[in-house]
Design a protein around this ligand. Structure first.
Ligand code: XUL
Ligand code: MN
Length: 347
């Protein structure tokens, strides 16, 4: 159980401050340099920076591994000077021409080789940054049509890639970020149950866990708080991407709590009950500002989502636990629901 004075630490990725381009229209805001974005973290109340490998080292495909590691080491020092922690590094395996058909599960052995090499380099980047967590969002590891890949074989290839990363540095942990679809029709490892199944089959189950994104769980038709509880039961919830999602459509990355406040409350409730704040893991956000937002207010989604989370923490801590237990004992769930809704409405 999280203590009443436990403090949460917050993180986001530089891609969360973006220019508003979508598949149907161009960008609508000016890009901001990474160095400018870094200055915003503390101002907005965030202590952790989430990275893709090429957020940390933009030219990594064009230079030697040694130059990449050197650049990452320098960035690690800069972060330290700013009082920021690198939360995780994620290999970006979905933009290169060699990953058109996926990386680890591509049918082309040369492409699979590239994906593994890049992932091993990602481990080196994380190490140089002073960070022990790799996040794996398996973007294109899946299919547009079932017949294009052998799914059983694909899981062997996924396992091979995970084991290669585990072998590269014995201190590194891997958190799989499951998502059921988009950009693929069906992605492999669509839920946290699948991810944890992979963890136990790996060379070192103690170093493979998960990151749960609210929107991804909802796209799988699942309740995000139960997904989190499942991972917490296995002691494998190593980060979260809190956001929200309005039904089954594209991955919206809406503000935390903005589509379904009660589901957000339940996510906070599960994290509080499990003592998440005291594990030292971050509350990561993966939120997109609305395309309509003007340049000068392009970080409102970050401060707002953080605020909604903190207000819900207060709500969870202020809930009458004794009355809750009495309703449960009496099996009066109508009464319990009324108390929850009134509490959320501030009645
Ligand atoms: C994609 C997604 C990614 C991961 C990091 O839907 O959520 O941004 O969080 O690679
Ligand atoms: Mn995410």
């Amino acid at each position: 159980m999280t203590k009443s004075n436990s403090k949460y630490r917050f993180s986001f990725g530089p891609w969360n401050i973006h220019e508003g381009g979508d598949p149907f229209g161009p960008t609508v805001r000016q890009p901001q340099a990474f160095s400018e974005k870094l200055k915003l973290y503390k101002k907005l109340g965030f202590d952790g920076v989430q990275f893709h490998d090429d957020d940390a080292v933009p030219d990594l495909n064009k230079q030697s591994a040694a130059a990449t590691v050197k650049q990452a080491t320098e960035l690690g020092k800069l972060l330290k000077d700013e009082g920021l922690a690198p939360e995780f590094v994620a290999p970006r395996l979905w933009e290169d021409p060699r990953t058109i058909d996926g990386g680890y599960t591509s049918n082309d052995p040369e492409c699979r080789k590239y994906a593994i090499e890049r992932s091993v380099l990602c481990v080196d980047i994380a190490t140089a940054l002073g960070c022990d967590l790799i996040v794996l969002w398996l973007a294109r590891e899946g299919t547009y049509i079932r017949e294009s890949k052998n799914a059983r074989q694909a899981h062997e290839w996924l396992m091979l890639a995970i084991n290669k990363m585990l072998g590269r540095n014995k201190k590194v942990r891997i958190a799989i970020e499951p998502k059921p679809n988009e950009p693929m029709d069906h992605a492999y490892v669509p839920t946290i149950g699948h991810a944890i199944g992979m963890a136990y089959a790996s060379d070192d189950p103690s170093r493979v866990g998960g990151l749960i994104e609210t929107a991804h769980a909802k796209l799988a038709g699942l309740d995000p708080s139960d997904e989190m509880a499942f991972a917490l039961f296995h002691k494998k919830l190593w980060s979260v991407h809190l956001n929200d999602q309005n039904g089954l459509k594209f991955d919206e990355d809406k503000n935390f709590g903005a589509a379904n406040l009660r589901e957000a409350w339940n996510q906070v409730r599960v994290l509080e009950e499990a003592g998440y704040a005291d594990t030292g893991a971050f509350i990561g956000l993966d939120v997109k500002v609305m395309r309509t937002q003007k340049q000068e207010k392009n970080t409102a989604h970050l401060s707002n989502s953080k605020r909604f989370f903190e207000l819900l923490v207060q709500k969870v801590r202020g809930f009458d636990k004794k009355a809750e237990a009495e309703f449960v004992k009496a099996r009066d769930y109508e009464g319990l629901e009324r108390m929850v809704i009134e509490h959320l409405l501030g009645v």
